[in-house]
Design a binder for this molecule. Structure first.
Ligand code: PLP
Length: 383
């Protein structure tokens, strides 16, 4: 089976697995305990924080460890909304965000906050001017993702950040960086980002740990009550093995970013060229998108049916983001781009990782042709 779902989950580095095992065996003590074993565990967390901070060119005290990016996004959005209610109850996000951002905003909306959902253009790009036009005196936070997890569009964060701050310097800017880190350059200062979420398991790290960068001086209302872990911002005994292993993946993701990009881009471009040559397909990704995501539709064919056929042919693909792929409805992202329901229901996402080769792409292309032919014959037979 060839795995084409790296945007959903990645195989952890060997070193990550070894680290997890070693720390589970040797450093199981609670980092809050006063004895030496506890202090050693606490020291491991401190070091991991420094490693992640260095990779993002920020201060160690600005890094918060969570359980994953879903939690990081929830905390960034709801934590800021609750903390800064006296400034206002208006937030801005986009119609193409990951459910962990989108649903957090909907939850706030149901509880009295006003949310502006900015629509993308027909290519899935967010216009910075449209974001800026929505910013008001009472806008507490704007949340825009770096790379869209479904179609791979890269948003113009530098311009978005600049315009937000020029309209209201007090409005916080949150970036969901999950699909961009390790593939594209991250410039938190240049983007004027105040909050940034990252998920180690998307960059060959472990599950169970996530990161949230919180710019110095920004307060968030904690979503979990309990002990004083993570400076009182996130109660709960720290997941030391996942935190340490995550810091390794974050460091390696940063170090290998350029070579990863250079290796993946030709593979992605080859696949895009191929997809353009198949009349049955509509391409939903842009040529200037992220190097690891290609999304296309087979209008009239349910994405799930096409994905199952590809699986029979040895290709593990996704229909959209893993968090939404079990939903029966058409893709919210594609509908917001103005695609019709048959395109929005017939999507397939191919996402690349560092194990892929030209031969793998050639095998995928062959499987795609075989799947189209087989499904056409099946459809013809049913008429
Ligand atoms: N944001 C984006 C853009 C994602 O792609 C994902 C996961 O697919 C998440 C957030 C959630 O990350 P996690 O799986 O760490 O909760």
């Amino acid at each position: 089976m060839l795995y084409w779902d790296y945007a959903a989950a990645t195989p952890p580095y060997e070193d990550v697995v070894k680290t997890m095992e070693q720390i589970m065996k040797l450093h199981y003590a609670n980092p809050s305990s006063l004895h030496r074993a506890g202090s050693e565990a606490a020291k491991l967390i401190r070091r991991s924080r420094e490693v992640c901070a260095a990779a993002l060119s920020v201060q160690a005290k600005e890094i918060l460890f969570t359980s994953g990016a879903t939690e990081s996004n929830n905390l960034a959005i709801k934590g800021a909304a609750l903390q800064y209610q006296s400034r206002g109850r208006h937030l801005i996000t986009t119609e193409i965000e990951h459910p962990s951002v989108y649903e957090s905003c909907l939850q706030l909306q149901r509880n009295g906050w006003e949310i502006t959902f900015v629509a993308p253009d027909c290519n899935g790009m967010i216009d910075p001017e449209r974001v800026a036009a929505a910013v008001r005196r009472d806008t507490v936070l704007v949340s825009v993702m770096h790379v869209n997890n479904e179609i791979g569009t890269v948003q113009p964060l530098m311009e978005i950040g600049r315009l937000i701050k020029s309209v209201n310097p007090r409005t916080l800017f949150h970036v969901d960086g999950v699909q961009g880190y390790g593939k594209l350059a991250v410039d938190l200062k240049g983007w004027k980002a105040d909050l940034y979420s990252l998920s180690p398991h998307k960059i060959r790290g472990p599950r169970g740990a996530g990161l949230l960068y919180i710019k110095e001086g920004i307060q968030l209302f904690p979503l979990l009550s309990g002990g004083s872990h993570e400076e009182g911002l996130r109660a709960g005994t720290e997941n030391v093995p996942a935190i340490v292993a995550s810091s390794k993946a974050v460091r390696m993701g940063g170090e290998q970013r350029e070579s990863f990009y250079a290796r993946l881009l030709p593979l992605r471009d080859r696949l895009l060229r191929f997809l353009h040559s198949v009349p049955e397909f509509v391409i939903n990704s842009r040529e200037d998108g992220a190097p690891h995501i290609v999304h296309f539709s087979y209008p009239g064919m349910k994405g799930e049916v096409f994905a199952r056929k590809l699986e029979e042919l040895g290709m593990a693909v996704s229909t959209r983001s893993a968090c939404s792929s079990r939903l029966a409805e058409p893709s919210r992202v594609l509908l917001s781009m103005g695609k019709d329901v048959s395109v929005a229901s017939g999507g397939i996402r191919i996402s690349f990782g560092d194990s892929h080769t030209e031969e793998d792409v050639a095998a995928l292309e062959k499987a795609l042709i075989t799947a189209v032919r087989a499904l056409k014959i099946a459809e013809g037979g049913m008429k």
